[in-house]
Ligand binder design. Structure first.
Ligand code: NOJ
Ligand code: MG
Length: 561
């Protein structure tokens, strides 16, 4: 597909994970129901009206499994339970049923690369070199100098190896030392994990987001990694090129084994955390589209925020997709600085419009719909192991600032936790003005914009599944494109800059109706020959009597979903 050609239409029927919007909840910070200052499942259950009001289609819950919480649930001691901090399995079943009753799917966060060091499997594994579970993990003899077996690094600082005096060997962990990595070259490990997946599939979950899926298999010869000449100079883990700890070719067989299991259960979704460059990312769809349906695409979160750069990356991504693959986009997560902090509040609105109108499934991070910004965390309140292990880099690498409690109203603790409770992380200083209640009452708020966009998207099949076509805007700072389905054409125009424009978009059609603007103040008919666009404004327009170019004609899907 040429770089700026329209996206090929994918034939119907479309699955829920193609049409819908995914909403990530970080459970510790959504709603605390029992006053321990940590969000819980009963809290989420109390907020279903809110989730419904967002017109999202699927909730992805960050991990809720029993865990010592060294990495806040990404260190699991039991893959088939619920941590008491969050509730019980019965609470989980209640939540799942209540979400399903409202037509909302539920995706769990599955963490197969590593367990907690408190997991019984690791306890057994470390008990003796001859324990049957010894080779469930990656144990190596010390290097010649008695130090780590090779130069591999942890994302959380320091070597990826820790010495275990009991058995005189090192074990591998690319995150905290309390997160030993499993050995997927041992078929027993894969079988054990598939068993855990089944447990949740049988309960009715709609899919999984798989943590660090690209790291699951390491080099079988444990070779040293070379120094990266393009190192950014500050992130210690980036000093090496991770050619032996990441993206090993054998990983794809593991992903296929997960996917095959999901396919036994009908329409379930496998989402991969694939925090890798474009060319590697698209490989996680699988040669026969038999791996992830949605390998997460982080590119909008990392790009320089300029219209030409964003347009180029969108086209590069679409062009790289294997035939039949479905794209996806995200702007935030518990690992990324807040959207409004990265882009500022005006461009955060433009980015939201982009995310919810591009071709591809959008994933949204809780709280970004309020325009929450990173909350400064005083040193004594830092909780994130990535920051605690590298205090000199805490300002740049700490992830607590984007994980703070959701403010529901202007009361004590923002309604997140009962008055008198101490939230596990502080709320933002602006929570009395920036909260769900205040923004619901303000027709121009970020929350009102988010709701207007998700509702428009839900009511407009072309925005969900229609073909994408590039539109030449004539202005360097303006990214424009259309979404097309049957005889309908929607035009999206996004101003990435601080000056206004008058655009000539007659190539798309003569006139249009504004359906939504980022300012939530414009609507009605406009001429496309001289379309006014305010600074930092984004528009969704319905094109009246569209002009079809030869290419769009060819790629237009013909069937309504
Ligand atoms: C990726 C998760 O998103 C992150 O929060 C976590 O620390 C690491 N994987 C380790 O599980
Ligand atoms: Mg609680």
């Amino acid at each position: 597909m040429a770089a700026d050609a329209p996206s090929p239409a994918t034939p119907p029927p479309w699955a829920w994970w193609q049409r819908g919007v995914i909403y990530q909840i970080y459970p510790r910070s959504f709603q605390d129901s029992d006053g321990d200052g940590v969000g819980d499942l009963a809290g989420i259950l109390r907020r279903l009206d809110y989730l419904e009001s967002l017109a999202i289609d699927c909730v992805w819950l960050s991990p809720i499994f029993p865990s010592p919480m060294r990495d806040f649930g990404y260190d699991v001691t039991d893959y088939t339970g619920v941590d008491p901090l969050f509730g019980t399995l019965e609470d989980f079943d209640r939540l799942l049923k209540a979400l399903h009753d409202r037509g909302i799917k539920l995706v769990l966060d599955f963490v197969p690369n590593h367990t907690s060091d408190q997991h019984p499997w690791f306890q057994e594994s470390r008990s003796s070199r001859y324990n049957p579970k010894r080779h469930w993990y990656l144990w190596r003899d010390p290097g010649p100098d008695g130090g780590p077996p090779n130069n591999w690094l942890s994302f959380f600082g320091g070597p990826a190896w820790s010495y275990d005096p009991g058995t005189g060997q090192y074990y591998l962990h690319q995150f905290a030392r309390e997160q030993p990595e499993l050995n997927y070259r041992n078929p027993e490990v894969l079988e054990a994990m598939r068993h855990c997946l089944r447990f949740w599939l049988e309960r009715g979950v709609d899919g999984f987001r798989v943590d660090v899926i690209w790291l699951l298999i390491k080099d079988d010869q444990f070779r040293d990694e070379p120094v990266d000449p393009h190192w950014d100079g500050y992130h210690p883990h980036g000093r090496l090129k991770h050619i032996y700890t990441a993206n090993r070719p054998e990983v794809h067989a593991i992903v296929r084994a997960f996917r095959a299991l999901l396919d036994e259960y009908g329409e379930r979704v496998l989402i991969g955390e694939t925090n890798v460059p474009n060319d590697q990312l698209v490989q996680y769809y699988g040669a026969k589209l038999d791996e992830c349906q949605l390998p997460f695409n982080f590119q909008l979160a990392y790009t320089e925020w300029q219209a030409p750069a964003v347009r180029a990356l969108v086209h590069r991504y679409y062009a790289a997709l294997p035939p039949g693959a479905w794209p996806n986009w995200l702007l935030g997560s518990h690992d990324l600085p807040r959207l409004a902090t990265r882009l500022g509040s005006a461009q955060a609105r433009v980015a939201t419009l982009l995310l919810l109108t591009l071709w591809g499934t959008p994933t949204w991070y809780y709280g970004d719909e309020l325009g929450l910004t990173n909350v400064p965390i005083p040193p004594e309140q830092v909780r994130d192991p990535q920051a605690l292990n590298q205090p000199h880099l805490a300002d740049r690498l700490g992830r607590d600032p984007q994980r703070t409690p959701l403010p529901w109203d202007g009361s004590a603790n923002g309604g997140f936790a009962p008055p008198g409770a101490t939230p596990w992380l502080p709320l933002g200083a602006d929570y009395r003005e920036r909260n769900v209640a205040a923004e619901s009452a303000d027709p121009r708020s970020m929350l009102s914009l988010f709701r207007a966009l998700t509702r428009l998207r839900r009511a407009t099949p072309a925005l969900q599944v229609g073909a994408y076509a590039a539109v030449e805007s004539g202005a360097e700072e303006v990214f424009a494109y259309s979404r097309e389905l049957d005889e309908e054409r929607y035009l999206i125009v996004l101003n990435f800059g601080g000056r206004g424009y008058r655009l000539d978009l007659r190539s798309v059609g003569a006139g249009a109706r504004i359906l939504l603007s980022t300012g939530l103040e414009r609507c009605g008919r406009v001429p496309l020959g001289s379309l006014e666009l305010a600074p930092h404004e984004g528009l969704v327009l319905y094109v009246e009597a569209p002009r079809w170019s030869a290419t769009t004609e060819r790629h237009r899907p013909r069937t309504l979903p």
